[in-house]
Ligand binder design. Sequence first.
Ligand SMILES: Nc1ncnc2c1ncn2[C@@H]1O[C@H](COP(=O)(O)OP(=O)(O)OP(=O)(O)O)[C@@H](O)[C@H]1O
Length: 305
Amino acid sequence: MIKIEGVTKVYRKGSPPAVDGLTLDMNDGEVLGLVGLNGAGKTTTIRMSSGITLPTSGKILVDGFDIVREKVRASRNVGWIPEFPNFEPNAKPLTLLKYFAGFYGLGGREAEDKALELLRMVGLEKAMDKKLRSYSQGMKKRFSIAETLIGDPKNVLFDETLNGLDPQGVIFVRKMIGRLRSEGKAILLSSHILTEIEDSADRVAIINRGKLVKLLDRSELKYLGKTQVKITVDNPDGPIEGVLSQFGETERRGNEFLVRDLKVNSDRIPDILEALVGKGYRVREFTSFGESLEQYFFDLIGGSK
Ligand SMILES: Nc1ncnc2c1ncn2[C@@H]1O[C@H](COP(=O)(O)OP(=O)(O)OP(=O)(O)O)[C@@H](O)[C@H]1O
């Protein structure tokens, strides 16, 4: 679990903060999506949470340990997959992984077995004898995941990891994230594209100019960007909910109804009105709405597509 409490980062005196009073929790067994445009402060947040960059003010606790004052104990439990992983170009993956295993007290056969297991897990077993300089960006990302997992950190931060991957790579990273979540790890996945992470994330934090603009939970994400129908009737008695539930998930607030997760295509929305009128309901208001996730994102941060 990582707790970011009122954290600000100013790189240069007089320049605007890269991260500005950010408060955010990454819970165990949860994937938190961190979404913002380029320069919004995602990488800075990740680097501060890993102990690589110092916050100017505020506090970051990793499983209860302060990332500044108890850096060794805190950062040991954070794994970070950078957006552009870079390694000693002439190194071979197995040798390098065994070397990293040494930092975690593994040596000899144990280190080799662990390194081989991880290389297999990230699908690099066939490229194990190649030098890292010959690796593609996607292969480097896979290797970076293996490197991160060698210390078995409880918190794993993926910085734009899906960006630039081929479809197979995207599926691989999504599965890996699901696996780590099921092991109870706290996971952060950053992206500049909301739609890219909506399927993987349990919650999504949208940041802009270093500030938290919106925190969305799973149920809000489920309905965002999908058509919903709002209906107000004068006589909400009898089987109205039964009528509406044929068309989608129905929520009632007094004489107002919201139909979401529609079972019919949007061109059949008038059928809902017809069914209600056919059953004798007096419909005062009938509106369908819904916007794309991207539009929602841009509306929130005050930009344009
Ligand atoms: N080392 C640095 N020195 C000075 N300014 C920096 C440094 N790193 C980042 N910044 C600035 O801080 C702001 C936030 O950058 P950051 O890289 O955290 O954003 P981001 O959301 O990760 O963007 P991207 O998706 O482009 O990586 C930007 O204005 C950037 O120019």
